[in-house]
Write a protein that binds this ligand. Structure first.
Ligand code: WT7
Length: 693
């Protein structure tokens, strides 16, 4: 029996949903794009403003030919996002005793929780610590931490005092951290001693030290580095101070309960530089738990988050306070059809935009209870995810296609060991989901009961832009369906003409929604060049897209020199620049290659310098080099010896051709612009000289 190709929402799902029919979605959508100021103005009224938004509510220019690109929502209005996601919930909505986060550690049984009232106190306390360290409004603070509650505390403390957080995913290398600190001139770093990823110890402080050393070599010194004792939390914090801090006490007890697991590994002594390093637990002891927020303009910068750029150097995507706040709150509410008794779990790391928008700001703005998970999907066993869902009665679950494909490999049995009866809605994000994985998610995980929301968006878009709404949208496996409120997509051909009806081409957006990025940190020109230059008047996503006869949008993948490994964007240029740093490599070209679990992986071609030999040891060194430069996610799966690369007469490497060679596909298409076709034969022959990991 073949599966149906359209999945309408079940009547009982629609009946209970905020948006209960497609007609209601259409009605709201029409209003949101025709009268954006009215539509978002009503939503903004639900928030706390020192100075409420006035006219013009929205002001922008999307057309480079008409002048500088700018986007302003509610400029002149004054608020604080931390106040809105914490104080407002505690004081106005009386949600102080509600759990904000259930923290589930890497080891099962290693867990704690924190209420809204407790989180508010910890955030205020740490905000005071930051102020004591001289951090002021507009200063940049780099955060390099594992998935712990203190990561949320650190980011909200920055937001409270108007400092700009720049979170760097804890899987990034010292080099990447250094580059990000330098680019945004961060004055302070917040990190942790270390953490476990599965049974592997990550000595985070050591990596942070190396990053700071690299910064110093480039004549840049951070003032201070605040270090959270996470690995050896029990010794550090349970020294009496826990009596005044109940969440800490519970955490300590649990961690102690799990000490034996940890004891298998010798936890190294934390390296210490007394002129820079400060222990988190010592600083907070002296700090008050009350802290007046810094009142900010809606257009003040909230955070910087780096994302890969096609030229290699990462771009610091800047989001601002007001627009980001109302958009993440609204998408969270409607896309996950959030209700007060939900338990929501987003598996993304806070180091990525998904963790910013849908683990922190969006859920907290709604007063939601979330699971914050430190560990891995299949550690210590392949049922861990389903076990956690039952443990906390998770009702809304949000993960990535790569995780679904990984779990799918183990079949249905590990899933069925747990009931998952609490589940109501399943979400996915990060890359196109193949229909096979979609159907497994729907049939096996959700037992045909839970709508799937395939949410398309980007670090740049701040929140969901194409997505189904669970009670309103009939879904099609593999399609992100329709635009969210306020979002106007279009498909353009190569000459920039807008295509109507069934069509395929470049996905662009015609007008801003509140959470669209405002600039590239320190480089507004790069912002204009990257997103607005190719097609004046439109925001260009960099993704290809197809619209079917029913108007559904299907993302076909990146059309620039970017690739998506396990839902993480990488640029081929950054990998290539790492490879050519090796003394044996004269030139390198990296392309994306299909991978059954990761979606895409890296296939690299290297041209060696004269007199150097292509050996297993060399490829090991090259893989290590890329890991060290960028991080483990960028480790190439294949490295091929390429005495010559296919280039155009102007010298541009034809990566399109290399992608075909990697797949052993001889249908190369038009190669008339190639300077030397002889290299092709050699590249096909050399496929056997490829080292696969
Ligand atoms: C790129 C953005 C948004 C948070 C995670 C990634 C791809 C993302 C989908 C989806 C098809 C998707 C696009 C996009 N992408 N979600 N549901 N269907 N593709 O954020 O690192 O900024 O990457 O991820 O290619 O451009 P990011």
């Amino acid at each position: 029996m073949s599966a149906p190709d359209v999945f309408p929402p079940a009547p009982e799902v629609s009946a209970a949903a905020h948006i209960s029919s497609f007609e209601k979605y259409q009605e709201m959508y029409e209003k949101s794009v025709r009268e954006p100021s009215e539509f978002w103005g009503e939503i903004a009224n639900e928030f706390y403003w020192r100075v409420p938004p006035a006219q013009p509510f929205l002001n922008y220019n999307f057309d480079v030919t008409k002048g500088k690109i700018f986007i302003e929502w509610m400029k002149g209005a004054v608020t604080n996002i931390c106040y809105n996601v914490l104080d407002r919930n505690v004081h106005e909505k009386k949600l102080g005793d509600k759990v904000a986060f259930y923290w589930e550690g890497n080891e099962p049984g290693d867990s704690t929780s924190i209420t809204y009232a407790e989180l508010l106190k910890k955030v205020c306390q740490f905000a005071n610590v930051l102020r004591d360290q001289g951090v002021k409004k507009g200063d940049r603070v780099s955060i390099y931490m594992p998935m712990v509650i203190e990561l949320v505390v650190a980011m909200l403390a920055c937001a409270r005092i108007g400092a700009i957080h720049s979170i760097v995913f804890a899987g990034f290398s010292a080099e990447s951290l250094c580059e990000r600190i330098l680019d945004s001139h961060c004055t302070l770093l917040i990190t942790a001693d270390g953490f476990f990823r599965g049974d592997k110890l990550i000595n985070l402080k050591l990596i942070a030290d190396e990053a700071l050393k690299k910064c110093t070599e480039k004549n840049y010194s951070l003032k201070k580095c605040i270090v959270l004792k996470h690995l050896a939390r029990d010794d550090a914090i349970c020294d009496g101070s826990s009596k005044t801090s109940p969440p800490c006490k519970r955490l300590c007890q649990n961690v102690q309960g799990n000490k034996q697991n940890r004891a298998r590994q010798a936890v190294p002594q934390t390296t210490w530089n007394p002129s820079v390093d400060l222990w988190w637990h010592e600083l907070v002891k002296k700090a008050s738990m009350e802290c007046e927020p810094e009142w900010c303009d809606a257009e003040d910068e909230l955070f910087i988050l780096y994302t890969s750029g096609s030229t290699g150097k990462p771009k610091g995507v800047v989001h601002s306070v007001g627009g980001y706040m109302i958009f993440t709150a609204t998408t969270f509410k409607y896309v996950f059809d959030y209700h007060q008794d939900d338990v929501y779990w987003c598996t993304a790391d806070i180091g990525w935009i998904t963790g910013h928008s849908y683990l922190t700001y969006g859920p907290l703005a709604n007063g939601a209870t979330s699971v914050l998970f430190e560990g891995l999907p299949i550690y210590p066993d392949i049922s861990r995810m389903w076990q956690i869902i039952d443990k906390y009665n998770v009702s809304k679950f949000y993960t990535a296609p790569t995780a679904i494909r990984l779990l799918m490999k183990y079949g249905e049995e590990p899933v069925k060991r747990y009931s998952r009866k609490s589940l109501k809605i399943l979400g996915t994000v990060g890359e196109p989901i193949n229909p096979e994985a979609w159907l497994w998610y729907y049939n096996v995980v959700g037992e045909k009961r839970c709508p799937i929301v395939d949410t398309f968006w980007q670090t740049e878009t701040g929140g969901h832009v194409l997505t189904p709404l669970p009670g309103a949208t009939a879904t099609k496996p593999g399609s992100a369906t329709f635009p969210f409120f306020g979002v106007v997509p279009a498909i353009l051909n190569e000459s920039g003409e807008e295509l109507e009806g069934e069509a395929e081409g470049y996905l662009v957006f015609k007008q801003p929604w509140p959470a669209l990025m405002r600039t590239v940190y320190g480089n507004h020109e790069r912002f204009e060049m990257t997103y607005f230059k190719k097609f004046p008047g439109f925001y260009v996503t960099g993704d290809g897209c197809r619209r079917d006869k029913d108007g559904y949008y299907w993302i076909t993948g990146r059309i620039d020199d970017m690739l998506n490994v396990s839902g993480h964007l990488l640029s081929t240029a950054e990998v290539e620049s790492a490879l050519v740093e090796h003394s044996s490599v004269a030139e390198a070209a990296a392309v994306s290659h299909p991978h059954p679990v990761k979606g895409e992986c890296l296939y690299c071609f290297v041209t060696l310098r004269d007199g150097h030999e292509f050996t297993k040891s060399l490829t090991d060194q090259l893989k290590k080099l890329v890991r060290e430069k960028i991080g483990p996610i960028a480790t190439p799966d294949y490295i091929q010896n390429a005495p010559g690369l296919p280039k155009t007469r102007s010298g541009k490497i034809m990566r399109r051709v290399l992608r075909k060679i990697a797949k052993n596909d001889r249908e190369l298409g038009d190669v008339s612009t190639l300077a030397d076709t002889a290299v092709l034969q050699q590249l096909f022959e050399n496929r056997c000289q490829t080292i696969q990991s």
